[in-house]
Design a protein around this ligand. Structure first.
Ligand SMILES: [Zn+2]
Length: 433
């Protein structure tokens, strides 16, 4: 895996390309970019066919995490396949990380040499040995060593120090394991930069990782938040100075990743600070947990679009008889085939197609957004895009429904496996009946 930096702009961040995988020589990801957040290796709610509607290119880069893949370990090992082969995504690149950016970690102070995770089989505490055994079974194209990045703006100095100490211990042990492992020689490492909001610890964390710089294909900036939907309301004024300083201290020629469901406006600031790669947990949380369609405008040549809201709440009864698309002019599968009224009806009837159609629209919108970001970085006009976004009105924060009103498709539900067209037909028939 190799990152090629092509240009650094004055006010808009940098452009590059991530590629150079021996296994997938044709894979090239222009940055700033998104990699696809998955659960158990699948894009939540989307079958492979539905995902192809959104992302027709054969190759993608997938984000995997241990909470929802741990149960697959024995089957992957027995099959002797890599995780990419096992999930039938051999033409895509896989990156494995300890945490899922859509899931809030288990609260409390972790035991010294274990990382607690919630899995589908309940709570588990993962040791370095267990983690590296999993990595050896999966053989992902890239992975982060085990680390402790569970800090946020409210963490005490003591907790930040603990995150640093535990990460130092985990990373050293994982690197030693990696060097000796025959099975992992084709996998590249991503270095986790931790230290919470403590500048000194951040410097130390980078210093430590850079001693093994040749082993790392890139660096992950973590420890800024506790993942989950609250990240979308993160205060940029606290986060940005940390990320800016971390990016300045990292080597220019290495890719920088920063995961979490950041608000699209904060994404622009992070790009300006020098972050190259994000994930799509934001899209998933909006579609699957909040039932909201992303409709923010990123077309600066259409200033009239600034008067719209950034999201559309599909649970709102005002759409019951609105037969327009989720977003006028959107070319996604959902918007070209269905109406706001239909998506609202799917929510009311708790149909599984609801989050599927919303995921398809939201992912399409986010992919297009990143194309616009790259164009603005190229023109060094990201501040213009930021101004365009800042003028748009946000909906009030999402309130989860009361227990009795909950939608039947829980977050993280496995894909249905039914092609989306078949589900459409079935549901249309049902609706007509
Ligand atoms: Zn759409």
């Amino acid at each position: 895996m190799k990152f090629t930096l092509s240009s650094v702009t004055k006010c808009s961040g940098r452009l590059g390309v991530l590629g150079g995988l021996d296994r997938l020589p044709n894979l090239s990801l222009p940055t700033p970019a998104i990699i696809f957040h998955t659960k158990g290796g699948s894009i939540p709610h989307l079958s492979k066919e539905a995902f192809q509607h959104v992302h027709p290119e054969p190759a993608a880069v997938l984000h995997l995490s241990i909470s929802n893949t741990l149960h697959m370990q024995e089957a992957v090992r027995a099959s002797r396949m890599t995780i990419a082969e096992f999930i039938a995504q051999n033409s895509s690149a896989t990156m494995l990380f300890p945490r899922d950016p859509s899931e809030v970690p288990i609260p409390g102070t972790p035991e010294k040499d274990l990382l607690p995770v919630y899995t589908r089989n309940g709570r588990r505490s993962i040791s370095m040995e267990q983690y590296m055994t999993l990595v050896e079974a999966f053989r992902p194209d890239a992975y982060a060593p085990l680390y402790d990045g569970d800090t946020d703006g409210k963490s005490s100095k003591k907790r930040e120090q603990k995150s640093f100490d535990r990460t130092e211990m985990f990373v050293e042990q994982c690197l030693e394991w990696h060097r000796k492992s025959d099975g992992l020689q084709a996998s590249r490492l991503i270095g986790p930069v931790v230290g919470g909001y403590n500048e000194k610890l951040r410097e130390k964390s980078i210093e430590l990782l850079r001693k093994s710089d040749d082993l790392f294909a890139g660096y992950l900036i973590d420890g800024l938040h506790m993942n989950g939907p609250a990240v979308a309301r993160l205060d940029g004024t606290a986060v940005l100075p940390i990320v800016e300083n971390v990016c300045k201290a990292l080597p220019e020629e290495k890719v920088r990743l920063c995961f979490g469901s950041y608000d699209p406006t904060l994404v622009l600031d992070l790009v300006t600070a020098g972050v190259d790669i994000f994930d799509t947990s934001y899209v998933y949380l909006k579609a699957a947990q909040e039932h909201r369609a992303l409709v923010f405008s990123f077309d600066v040549s259409a200033p009239e679009q600034r008067h719209t809201t950034t999201e559309l709440d599909t649970t709102d009864a005002q759409w019951a008889e609105d037969f327009g698309p989720l977003l006028a002019g959107c070319r996604c599968y959902t918007c070209t085939k269905h109406s706001r009224a239909y998506v609202h009806h799917l929510y009311n009837t708790r149909e599984m197609l609801g989050p599927i159609l919303l995921m398809m629209h939201n992912l399409h919108h986010y992919i297009e957004y990143f194309k616009a970001i790259r164009q603005h970085v190229q023109n060094d006009s990201l501040p213009e895009l930021k101004k365009h976004l800042a003028g748009q009105k946000a909906l009030p924060p999402y309130e989860p429904p009361k227990e009795a009103d909950k939608v039947l498709v829980p977050a993280g539900e496995k894909e249905t496996g039914v092609p989306v067209e078949e589900m459409d037909d079935k549901l249309h028939k049902k609706q007509r009946a």
